[in-house]
Ligand binder design. Structure first.
Ligand code: C2O
Ligand code: CU
Length: 474
């Protein structure tokens, strides 16, 4: 009798325990569910951020280029499908868009037949917020037969790229991207563009060609090679048997770049590097990344391949310091961006998801700022994988990595390679009001929750996210 009583108690307790677990799981599931449509500002309001976003003083659509100014450059991009590929103007990569610093650029995006809709995001260009091309945040996805006009002044100089920011984890890899080059007002010298990209199920390509691409250059010539990594993973690049200088990172010139030999450079997903490569007096120069090369020299000139060097060029100590233009020691705000991973629910889906500051999905806080704020952000990664972190609309400067202060040229980035175990301290001035994505550029990771926003207080949006909205930026 006594034994039976105990086992009944155990059974009851067990049932209660299971019930409790089910209840908690159900609650977690429910709590993770996003409404069918919602504004990005509401998403973060759920995370306990009560701002006046519902009656915003300003809207994302207010942040545009001077409407009275005529365009200096006009471009049309037509998004289309060709088998499994997605194209701009029937090619992938799409056309290289070249402008001069100070130009007002006008790009008309037309969607011929991409069923999910498309947008264009100008990766690394600090455009006015309404032109940022994020579906559901700064505009609606452009449906088949529709069009959208982007207008902005190219204030920066350097190498950038553009890509769709609607269902981006599929559309970018399938081909909706291209190079965007802003030349200095006086024009560029001899240069080359090298877009690295791996289409689904294919070997890696350079400017759409698998293997080797050649470009004519004279012996002794110095060529500015604009490399962009449009893939989801970091890559390395190097120059076979030759010296090079790293002229720019993510569209910002390096201060006093010195010549290096026998070093490879990490280019995180979304990042760009401008290398100055000298064509030898005889033969050719070869810029390499795993699987692809760009050969620069007279027709037929040879350049042997070389294995990747073991040493890295470290931007933390490369070049010479220069003023940052702001003082991180007097930061108005300090934020943490801690990347982790754990099991849970993301919008009702069970899985092993990325976390930001321990939170997932709709419980992730946004980073709130006011115009003029000096912001210091601490990025750390304990998630087990590398993450190429990308902030829209701003560049930040690396102040510290793993406790070591930066000693080289100011290292300004819009795409930062954050390895598992890394701790970065970066700083920037909040000088571009709006609602901006701040996410991992391994685009499937963004979809798996590694995504939040930098939001200016008092800015709202008329656009909606969510299952029923038709907008899905990740
Ligand atoms: Cu290159 Cu949020 O994007
Ligand atoms: Cu990631």
């Amino acid at each position: 009798m006594k034994g039976q009583g105990i086992s009944r108690v155990v059974r009851l307790l067990g049932a209660g325990g299971v019930g409790l677990v089910l209840l908690l799981t159900g609650w977690a599931w429910l709590n993770s569910r996003l409404p069918d449509t919602y504004a990005v500002t509401e998403m973060h309001a759920h995370a306990g951020q009560h701002t006046d976003q519902r009656v915003p003083a300003r809207s994302v659509i207010d942040f545009v280029a001077d409407v009275s100014r005529n365009a200096d450059v006009k471009v049309e991009l037509v998004a289309g499908t060709e088998g499994n590929r997605l194209t701009f103007n029937a090619t992938s990569p799409g056309p290289t868009i070249r402008v001069r610093q100070g130009d007002l650029v006008e790009v008309v995006l037309r969607n011929q037949d991409v069923p999910d809709g498309v947008t264009v995001h100008w990766h690394g260009v600090d455009v006015p917020n309404a032109m940022d091309g994020v579906a559901g945040v700064t505009q609606d996805a452009v449906r088949p037969g529709e069009a959208f006009t982007y207008r902005f002044v190219a204030e920066q100089v350097g190498t950038f790229w553009y890509h769709s920011h609607q269902v981006s984890h599929q559309q970018v890899i399938r081909g909706l991207f291209g190079a965007f080059v802003i030349e200095p007002a006086g024009g560029a010298g001899v240069e080359a563009v090298a877009l690295l990209h791996s289409y689904p199920g294919e070997s890696r390509s350079l400017n759409g060609t698998v293997g080797e691409v050649r470009q004519d250059a004279h012996p002794g010539e110095r060529v500015r090679v604009r490399i962009a990594n449009t893939d989801n993973s970091p890559t390395v690049v190097w120059v076979a048997e030759g010296a090079y200088r790293l002229l720019a990172i993510d569209g910002t010139d390096v201060n006093e770049p010195t010549e290096v030999t026998g070093r490879k450079l990490t280019l995180t997903a979304g990042a760009r590097a401008d290398l100055e490569v000298r064509v030898p007096e005889s033969g050719a120069a070869r810029v390499q990344a795993p699987g692809v090369s760009l050969v620069l020299g007279p027709p037929g000139a040879m350049a042997p391949e070389s294995p990747a060097p073991t040493e890295f060029l470290d931007p933390l100590s490369y070049g010479t310091p220069a003023p940052l233009g702001f003082d991180p020691a007097t930061a108005d705000l300090e934020y943490e961006y801690r990347i982790g991973r754990r099991p849970g629910f993301l919008d009702g889906r069970p899985g092993y998801w990325w976390t930001i500051n321990g939170k997932m999905g709709r419980n992730v806080p946004a980073f709130m700022v006011d115009p003029g704020d000096v912001v210091v952000m601490r990025l750390s990664n304990r998630s087990g994988e590398v993450h190429p972190m990308h902030l829209h609309g701003h560049h930040y400067v690396v102040l510290e990595r793993n406790g070591v202060a930066a000693t080289g040229s100011p290292w300004w980035v819009d795409s930062l390679n954050v390895e598992n175990g890394d701790d970065f301290v970066v700083g920037f001035v909040a000088d571009n009001p709006g609602l901006w994505m701040d996410h991992c550029h391994n685009l499937p990771h963004a979809r798996e929750g590694l995504m939040t926003h930098l939001m200016y207080n008092g800015v709202g949006t008329p656009f909606l996210l969510g299952r029923a909205s038709g907008n899905q930026p990740e």
